[in-house]
Design a protein around this ligand. Structure first.
Ligand code: BGC
Ligand code: BGC
Length: 565
């Protein structure tokens, strides 16, 4: 391979940043990605539209001298959530609540097939982060605050995506974000965030014991890729840290797969472009994920290598790791989408797995005799709250768009639709939404409230507060009904002491995804509550960071959950 061909392999371009698809061959581009919301024509797009896009890009790669197939990556972090009609699973925090690694494996097998249905062989998942401070906007991307829990789910997820070994029917998994993205100190966030992309001010013993251990698990499970974290460790950006990437990950942990930088991550290393490119590659990054100017990146690497500043041996190591992944995935023999998978995207069988995941993820925090609800009694149930009938809200971020959305952004069933369908004909059901102006009464009230979708640092919060409108809905519903149930739809615990006192039952539903019927399955007693808190639940925001074993007294401890009824 020529130097240019090698450098191209190390270059990952957001597909919608390509100035022309012909640049794939001209610049020997090795990889593309869809960032959050990066569908074939903007956000969304069906699986077959994605597969057409994928095949088209591959056909450009086949015009280059060596015909090296592209590696294409997506954020299939809770199902293949950017694809219209794909099944959207609970976010990882809910999967952590299930305490069911076998179910996580099933989830990722389904997701694998729904990713392969778009042609794509690589996901930027699982996030093996250990969120210690739940003010962090990425708390929901983690399986929980406990390293052992994260480890068990990590191994399960990698197995689901990849199978026993990388092959033609695998989707290559990525353990992210390396390392201690969930261990940053509040107030140190970068790019204007409070805690996201911040500095993990922790000892090496804590780094190893809490945050590195899941990567060790991922490596042992054969994970194909590791993504570097935007965050720093004691003041040094992980993207610039040869000790962490080369000595620890590739050396001590023996990771033989490819290390990819995060989106624009190298840009945070230094104001000087040449320095950041050189520093990142020397630190051990094999593939650089670029949001913008790939021509500049390629030209810079070439100059740095030619000037002897980046050793060619480092380039050869990077390219070897990338090509090994492409061979292992069978891309040389089969560069194009296997359409047999495409028709399965969003299938009833896949939705059933997600519905089971919803059921198992629910954590019952309080129940004064109201649950389970009867499907056959003659009574009246009033449902309300802005999260009751909002598919976008119940999916959260990384769903069709990066930040997530509101309403029917894809196919699925809302919590309200699930409840209404499950109730028998003798049950009068009413959804009042958020309209508290008209009088209403009911035997049972169900207030479904929670967070508005967000992703990454824009989800950082100083207060963990329930929105004032949500508090008003809970109060109104609970005071106009004989008994009321609060269902909290959120990516993390919120400060809900008052709502717990006002309600007769309280359910943490996390961000359940597209299969809202799973909530009704449990509320109506078809299935028991079995979920357990994957995080400690604070009584006040001032307790954060709050973690099991730190000597503080949470409102509900890690592992709490009333079960069975
Ligand atoms: C996120 C990663 C993600 C990447 C590509 C970044 O902003 O931190 O988790 O994989 O974007 O969308
Ligand atoms: C992309 C995300 C990416 C983010 C990074 C967004 O425009 O859609 O995938 O994570 O930028 O800041």
């Amino acid at each position: 391979m020529t130097l240019d061909e090698k450098i191209g392999q190390m270059t990952q371009v957001a597909h919608d940043a390509l100035r022309s698809p012909a640049d794939i061959a001209t610049y020997h581009v090795g990889a593309l990605l869809s960032g959050g919301g990066g569908g074939p024509n903007g956000a969304g797009g069906t699986a077959s539209q994605w597969a057409d896009m994928y095949d088209r890009y591959q056909s450009y790669a086949m015009r280059a001298r060596l015909r090296i197939p592209l590696l294409y990556g997506v954020d299939a972090v809770h199902g293949n959530g950017d694809v219209y009609g794909a099944v959207v699973f609970p976010q990882n925090i809910g999967m952590g609540a299930t305490r069911d690694p076998a179910l996580v494996t099933r989830e990722e097998e389904v997701t694998r097939d729904e990713v392969l249905g778009t042609g794509v062989p690589w996901t930027f998942a699982p996030c093996v982060c250990v969120p210690r401070d739940k003010r962090w906007g990425r708390t929901y991307e983690g399986f929980g605050e406990d390293t052992a829990l994260v480890q068990s789910m990590t191994a399960a997820a990698v197995r689901g995506f990849q199978g026993p070994a990388l092959g033609r029917s695998s989707v290559m998994a990525t353990a992210k974000h390396f390392v201690a993205d969930g261990g940053t100190t509040y107030g140190t966030g970068d790019r204007g965030y409070r805690i996201d992309e911040g500095d993990a001010r922790i000892t090496e013993a804590e780094l190893d014991g809490v945050h590195l251990a899941p990567f060790q698990t991922a490596v042992a499970a054969g994970v194909g890729a590791v993504m570097v974290s935007y965050s720093s460790w004691n003041g040094l950006k992980d993207h610039a840290d040869p000790y962490l990437i080369t000595a620890v990950l590739k050396g001590r942990l023996g990771f033989g797969g490819l290390v990819v930088s995060d989106w624009g991550g190298i840009d945070q290393i230094s104001p000087n472009y040449d320095t950041r490119v050189r520093t990142a590659i020397e630190a051990g990054i094999d593939m650089v994920m670029l949001s913008g100017d790939y021509r500049r990146f390629i030209g810079t690497v070439r100059r740095e290598v030619t000037a002897g500043k980046i050793p060619e041996s480092r380039i050869n190591d990077a390219v070897t790791r990338i090509l090994n992944a492409k061979f292992a995935l069978g891309l040389f023999a089969h560069p194009y989408a296997d359409r047999a998978y495409t028709a399965q995207v969003g299938s009833a069988a896949h939705r059933a797995v997600a519905r089971q995941a919803v059921r198992e993820s629910l954590v019952l925090l309080k129940n004064q005799g109201v649950l389970p609800l009867s499907r056959t009694a003659h009574y009246r149930i009033v449902v309300g709250g802005r999260s009751a009938d909002n598919l976008g809200y119940q999916m959260g971020g990384w769903s069709i768009t990066w930040q997530g959305g509101s309403g029917r952004t894809t196919a699925g069933t809302t919590i309200w639709q699930g409840l209404r369908a499950a109730a028998g004909p003798s049950v009068q059901m009413q959804d009042i939404g958020t309209d508290l102006s008209r009088p209403f009464t009911g035997d049972v009230g169900i207030a479904v409230v929670g967070e508005t979708p967000y992703a990454e640092g824009s989800g950082d919060t100083a207060t963990m507060a329930l929105a004032p409108g949500d508090a008003a809905v809970v109060k109104a519903i609970c005071s106009h009904t004989k008994q009321c149930v609060v269902i909290l739809v959120s990516g993390r615990p919120l400060i809900v002491g008052r709502q717990l006192a006002e309600s007769s039952a309280f359910v943490a539903a996390w961000l359940p995804g597209s299969e809202g019927e799973g909530v009704a399955d449990v509320l109506f007693g078809e299935h028991p509550f079995t979920g357990r808190l994957p995080v400690s639940w604070p009584a006040a925001v001032g307790q954060e960071p709050l973690d099991s074993g730190d000597g503080q007294t949470p409102l509900f401890p890690f592992g709490y959950g009333i079960s069975p009824y």
